[in-house]
Write a protein that binds this ligand. Sequence first.
Ligand code: GRF
Length: 204
Amino acid sequence: MNKRVGILISGRGSNMRSLIAAASEPGFPAEIELVISNVGNAPGLAYAASADIPTIVIPHKAFETREAFDRALDTALTNAGVEIVCLAGFMRILSDWFARRWEGRLINIHPSLLPLFKGVHVHEQVLQAGVRVSGCTVHFVVPELDAGAIIAQAAVPVEIGDTPETLAARVLAEEHRLYPAALRMLAEDRVRLEKGHAVFSPAA
Ligand code: GRF
């Protein structure tokens, strides 16, 4: 049985598109059931709708507390029968409650080689540090920001003369390959979160 996936976005949704494209391939072990955005005019919403995927806007500003917003997210995901949640450019920090509730079933993509360069303005941080290699990471989400166990990573070179934009574009191309590959692993139960660590097992 294919796993039912919900994707949370806030913006252009290019990683969401890569997940939708992968899930439309025969044999992919997951289906995208729902896309939720906290931003009403997120460009990714129109694409999801054009791919016949149900979309919901849940504006975070309509809620008094972070957890009240997260409970609304949880209700929408649960009502759609979602089993795995993928964060794809979702620009809200989730409550501990939400992270614990979806523990092991909630993943994110981050545009650096974690645990280096957490948070925002990642490519600026990378260039400022002067490292010669960067990349992207798919990880389980835990209450602490960008700190969950790592599922998959891809490295890219930092080129002489890179700007945050040129580096971001090179990393993004790898993100689009890595995220579907990591979702496939999780959907096939080839990786699971156990006591804070990613435990891998071979394909059945
Ligand atoms: C990506 O770089 C992702 O790693 C980060 O936010 C960006 C989202 O881009 N978390 P997109 O909306 O998927 O195009």
